[in-house]
Design a binder for this molecule. Structure first.
Ligand code: PLP
Length: 405
């Protein structure tokens, strides 16, 4: 006699019931459906880079693949030469000194670093503070760890003093006091940026109240218009209580390679290393060796990549204006543009999700609704700069035609 399989998700695995369906999954499913119908979809949804990896990195990969020793399990926390290359990179770009052995860990992308660090840092009864709208995992990795995430509304005119004031009030009033502040500047999804003074105040506040700070620096190199994003680790003494995640995915177009870093506080680097020791055996060594090439010799490449995003942003803003947007927002970093749902009679009353679904069906152009990053994102759209300028121009032309129809 055979028995029925246990039902899934198990009602005792409460964390599963706390996870809403991943919004990008729904949008990608709609795009697939449209493609199957023969629609030429212009997908400006996911922040998935479309441009090539540097030739020198590919050459380093080819070379590494020929060595038998590179195919074994590598070092779980990253090989020392990779961490040394990362330390050189931070010294060169941010004048930040990092001890490669104690203050840097290589990770399977920065999302992995963040998620596993949350499992190591937080548990039931704990909480962390996250400006919202937020990159989904910033809210949900703490929740998966059994903790709660307290959103602090990232308002239109912020960040700056207003956001810091809201954060201060939250740490002053919430009990038990939250353990961690999660920052992410340049920000996904809103593309907002901060200057070093913001981090100086955040670090001083963390010291005063006694909490940790993590800055997700995924878009640190994707800056333009003369702006250079600061690293939180540039603040004097930040390493006592802060860490930063960094990724090869965006600046080097190596998203599929899955390589990133966590750097800063020794204590947090150690905690992540300990928990990762149970979950994985580290990154494929050929990838680590290729990443050294990118970190050491890719400075010109990442600058050109950022300029490419800026040109695409220009094309998008021009196109949106021509399509009927009365108001557009210009950002100075990331691979995104964050814009209000247009105020056009054709789409009057539609919320961001309905607008995106309608737009995809009517024009084949795909954006992500801002509300997918939290209710605070309602009324906005995130547009990823992941198509050539001409294609972005075509997307806007299709939208303009639809809005005027
Ligand atoms: C803010 C932010 N952090 C992290 C990631 C994921 O980066 P990785 O590929 O290093 O896991 C993304 C990807 O979209 C992101 O937008």
């Amino acid at each position: 006699m055979s028995h029925a399989l246990p039902s899934l998700p198990d009602p005792n695995a409460a964390r599963m019931s706390l996870l809403p369906p991943y919004l990008l999954g729904r949008i990608n499913a709609l795009n697939d459906e449209l493609r199957a119908q023969g629609v030429d979809v212009i997908d400006l949804g996911m922040g998935n880079p479309v441009d090539p990896v540097q030739d020198e990195v590919l050459a380093a990969m080819r070379e590494a693949l020929t060595k038998v020793e590179n195919h074994r399990y590598s070092q779980a926390k990253g090989i020392l030469p990779l961490k040394e290359a990362f330390a050189r990179h931070y010294a060169r770009h941010y004048a930040v000194e990092l001890d490669p052995k104690e203050e840097i860990i290589a990770t399977i992308g920065s999302k992995e670093a963040f998620s596993h660090l949350m499992l190591g840092m937080l548990g039931p009864g704990d909480s962390c503070v996250v400006p919202t709208p937020a990159f989904t995992i910033h809210m949900y990795a703490p929740i998966i760890a059994g903790a709660s995430a307290i959103g602090v509304y990232l308002r239109e005119e912020q960040p700056g003093a207003g956001l810091l004031e809201d954060i201060r009030r939250t740490f002053e009033t919430v009990r038990p006091r939250p353990k961690l502040l999660v920052l992410n500047f340049p920000h996904n999804p809103t593309a907002k940026t901060v200057d070093l003074g913001f981090y100086e105040e955040a670090v001083a506040m963390a010291r005063h109240f006694g909490f940790w700070v993590l800055n997700d620096f995924a878009y640190g190199h994707s800056c333009f218009g003369g702006y250079k994003a600061p690293s939180i680790l540039q603040v004097k003494g930040a390493k006592d209580l802060a860490v930063e995640t960094f990724t090869m995915s965006k600046p080097y177009n190596m998203a599929g390679w899955r390589v990133g870093f966590l750097a800063g506080s020794r204590k947090l680097v150690d905690i992540l290393g300990r928990i990762k020791g149970y979950f994985d055996y580290g990154i494929f060594q050929c990838i680590q060796l290729s990443a050294i090439q990118a970190l050491d010799h890719g400075d010109g490449f990442i600058k050109r990549q950022a300029q490419l995003y800026e040109r695409r942003l220009d094309a998008l803003l021009d196109g949106l204006k021509a399509a009927g947007w009365k108001k557009t927002i210009r950002n100075r970093a990331t691979m995104f543009s964050w814009q209000p749902v247009p105020d056009a009679p054709k789409v009057k009353g539609l919320n961001a999700v309905d607008f995106c679904m309608t737009l995809a069906r009517e024009t084949g152009v795909s954006f992500v609704p801002g509300s997918g990053f939290g209710a605070e994102g309602e009324g906005y759209l995130r547009m990823a700069l992941v198509a050539p300028e001409a294609r972005i121009g075509e997307a806007c032309a299709r939208i303009g035609k639809f809005l005027r129809s």
